[in-house]
Ligand binder design. Sequence first.
Ligand code: FMN
Length: 221
Amino acid sequence: MDISEVIRSTFAARQFTDDPVPDDVLVRMLEHARFAPSGGNRQGWHVIVVRDPEIRAAIAQAAERPAKRYVAMQQAGEGPWNAVYPSSVTDESAAHLPSPRRLMDPYLNAPVLLAVVVDLGEVASVDKELDRVGVISGGSIYPFVWSLLLMARNEGYGGTLTTIPVANEPDLKPILGLPDHYAIAAFLPIGKPVKQLTKLKRGPVDGFTTIDRLDGESFGG
Ligand SMILES: Cc1cc2nc3c(=O)[nH]c(=O)nc-3n(C[C@H](O)[C@H](O)[C@H](O)COP(=O)(O)O)c2cc1C
């Protein structure tokens, strides 16, 4: 596929046909994604192909509580888990909600589930001493994660970058055999999407680009 088409049509696929994802497709995805950038080219990524149904069930289970909170935060008109404004939602206040299966079932049903983990000893976190949530660390892992999804799309497959179970990372680390200095960056359910979206909802360039300053003249309109 043309790269522009791949970039513009890689959507969050959560429902999949029963078609398997052959190992050679997975290998090609990994083979291309390894060319992603990382701070200092340290390449701290590791991918776990999660096949054990019990481990998948544990991941789906880990998603349940934070997924309920996510839904409750949306219902309260909040930006779920935003890094600035306090939330009115707690685990307790969200507990009565039905299990958000849409955010849990892909871990059980996707033909392939990848866990992308990162060695924090290999990540350049140049903002770690600032008085705000860290964002730079993710820059050494998410280009790799996104390249996996772009490659899946290029091969006729799809998936979603998911993070909700990571709210319960301490429960999942022993299950995945992760030592303290590893973090879970994403779980990627992968398969053949039931439907292929082609028009993704995104804001226009001049809505997020300005000249010289955040409040500068808008660019690209
Ligand atoms: C950092 C990040 C975390 C996300 N976590 C989840 C998740 O836990 N579960 C999920 O179903 N989707 C998750 N998503 C997918 C987003 O909901 C999706 O990319 C967005 O809604 C755009 O969807 P679209 O490409 O289909 O338009 C996440 C996306 C990102 C970038």
